[in-house]
Ligand binder design. Structure first.
Ligand code: ADP
Length: 489
């Protein structure tokens, strides 16, 4: 029924730009045949027949010009005119009757053609206008769909007129078209500064009420898939020339990631100050103790506290260096003084230095005696210190740490193995991220800023090498890094 209506109803066809010539051709031929049958077989008064046929012909010409444009109208007009000539020919008109019939056909023909041209032209112009408007609407809709922010457009009562796909992505649900902002309750609870929000507090309804834009509102909610989302909403009203509010629009931006970064920065600041405070407090304490020992002339104890002061000063220096390195990595300013050097001798120096700091652990070296690489000796030393001191730090109940070297065709691979806490599979990739620390509530938390592995990975990658880990929770971890051998570069 719908299809039939779309085929026959000229109004339904407006804007589609579909013109057919077959339908007017066959419909008009059929009308001629019907008229002939009617005139000959049924009607007896030729005058009535004439009026009836002219009336029907005009209706057909108007209909087809409006349905199929100028072409449809002209087809109807021409078939009708030919049919009129056919009537004169078959009725054997002559003399005065013939002349006046020809005059009538010419007059009627001109009127028919004029009708077809005017109505057909009107129809075609309307088609073009409607098509252009539809194109503009599609164009606008395409832009809206591809925006990276969610968009809601409502009428001046808050009833939704238009939304886009990004809005659905952010909210995780489709908003139904009859939803009225400011009146209807969303299916999920929305909070602003941890307080539940009622419909009247939504930016669009506030903007409509106050007749001015509402900007920078932040809302939190939990999506159907369980994800916590924070959005920033800006809403403004749209006015006509008479300054009456005719609609309202709001832009919804997903700022969850931004918020998470802010939170990480805050956490980092409090963690960094806490980490820095510990050595500073100890420094102050050991300096006091050293002064007391100097006053009581106990040089042995004073020397002991002096060493502790050095330890704390070194810890402070390391922390500050880590912070500076991270900011250099971030701004791409980490510089290297590259040279050819023996990585195994650096490894031995590092182990020797670190072994001196721990009595509880035994660090064993295995593998080659000498391997030459090209890089920054100090930075590679820094990586080794980080990996070995992590192995010490995260092995509270085990003694042994094995540092090995191996080489393949192109690279030397150094590994640092411990038998300590180990790392969960899910966390093994994350530990190389900036500020990432495994926080296992069941475990004792270890001091640190979560920067060491991030810096080490950067250093190794800037030397065209790789850093990775293999670990089993509860059994221990092995960190590996590879560097290209000097003669293979
Ligand atoms: P930090 O040790 O200062 O926290 P790192 O970047 O060196 O920072 O390490 C990041 C995280 O990786 C640590 O918080 C720890 O959870 C985990 N990790 C690193 N090395 C080991 C290891 N040898 N054994 C177990 N966990 C480790």
């Amino acid at each position: 029924m719908d299809r039939l209506n779309r085929y026959l109803n000229p109004i339904e066809r407006l804007g589609l730009g579909e013109m057919s010539y077959r339908f007017p051709l066959f419909a008009n031929l059929a009308l001629c045949v019907l008229s002939e049958t009617y005139a000959y077989k049924i009607a007896h008064n030729p005058f009535i027949v004439g009026v009836y046929i002219i009336f029907l012909n005009i209706a057909f010409i108007i209909y087809f010009s409006f349905r199929d444009g100028i072409l449809g109208g002209l087809i109807s007009a021409i078939i009708t005119i030919i049919y009129y000539f056919y009537i004169i020919y078959t009725r054997h008109y002559s003399g005065q009757q013939f002349a006046s019939s020809i005059d009538t056909i010419i007059e009627l023909g001109l009127i028919y053609i004029l009708l077809a041209l005017i109505i057909g032209w009107l129809k075609q112009t309307m088609d073009k206008l409607i098509g252009r408007e539809a194109n503009e609407r599609i164009w606008l809709q395409t832009i809206l769909e591809q925006l990276a922010v969610g968009v809601i457009i409502t009428d001046n009562k808050g009833k939704i007129v238009q939304t886009n796909r990004q809005l659905e992505n952010i909210l995780g649900v489709k908003i139904s078209k009859d939803f009225v902002i400011g009146k209807d309750m969303p299916t999920f609870p929305v909070k602003e500064n941890k307080q539940p929000v009622i419909p009247a507090q939504s930016p669009i309804s506030q903007a409509i009420k106050a007749n001015k834009p509402v900007v920078g509102k932040e809302f939190e909610f939990e999506r159907k898939d369980g994800k916590q989302v924070t959005v920033q909403v800006n809403a403004s009203v749209i006015k006509n020339k008479k300054h009456q509010v005719i609609a309202a629009a709001s832009i919804i931006t997903d700022i969850t990631q931004q918020k998470e970064l802010e939170r990480q920065k805050d956490d980092f600041l409090s963690m960094a100050s806490h980490e820095l405070k510990t050595p500073v407090t100890s420094l102050k304490m050991f300096i006091d103790l050293q002064r007391q020992q100097l006053q009581t002339k106990n040089p042995q104890k004073a020397t002991y506290f002096n060493e502790r002061i050095q330890d704390q000063a070194n810890r402070l220096k390391e922390l500050i260096n880590d912070l500076l390195d991270v900011s250099s990595i971030q701004t791409n300013k980490l510089r290297f003084n590259k040279e050819k050097f023996d990585i195994i001798s650096v490894l031995h120096d590092t182990v020797e230095g670190l072994q001196a700091t721990t009595k509880k652990n035994e660090i064993v070296i295995k593998g080659s005696n000498s391997e030459k690489v090209y890089g920054d000796r100090y930075r590679i030393y820094q990586v080794l210190v980080n990996l070995i001191s992590n192995a010490i730090k995260y092995s509270p109940n085990s003694k042994k740490i094995i540092v090995s070297s191996k080489k393949d065709k192109k690279n030397v691979v150094i590994s640092v193995q411990d038998f300590g806490t180990g790392i969960n599979k899910t966390q093994q990739n994350k530990i190389f991220e900036r500020l990432y620390q495994v926080t296992d509530p069941q475990e004792k938390t270890f001091p640190g800023l979560g920067l060491g592995l991030y810096i080490s990975k950067n250093i190794i990658e800037r030397h065209h090498g790789k850093l990775w880990v293999k670990s089993t929770k509860g059994k221990g971890s092995t960190f590996y890094f590879s560097l290209p051998l000097y003669n293979k570069i």
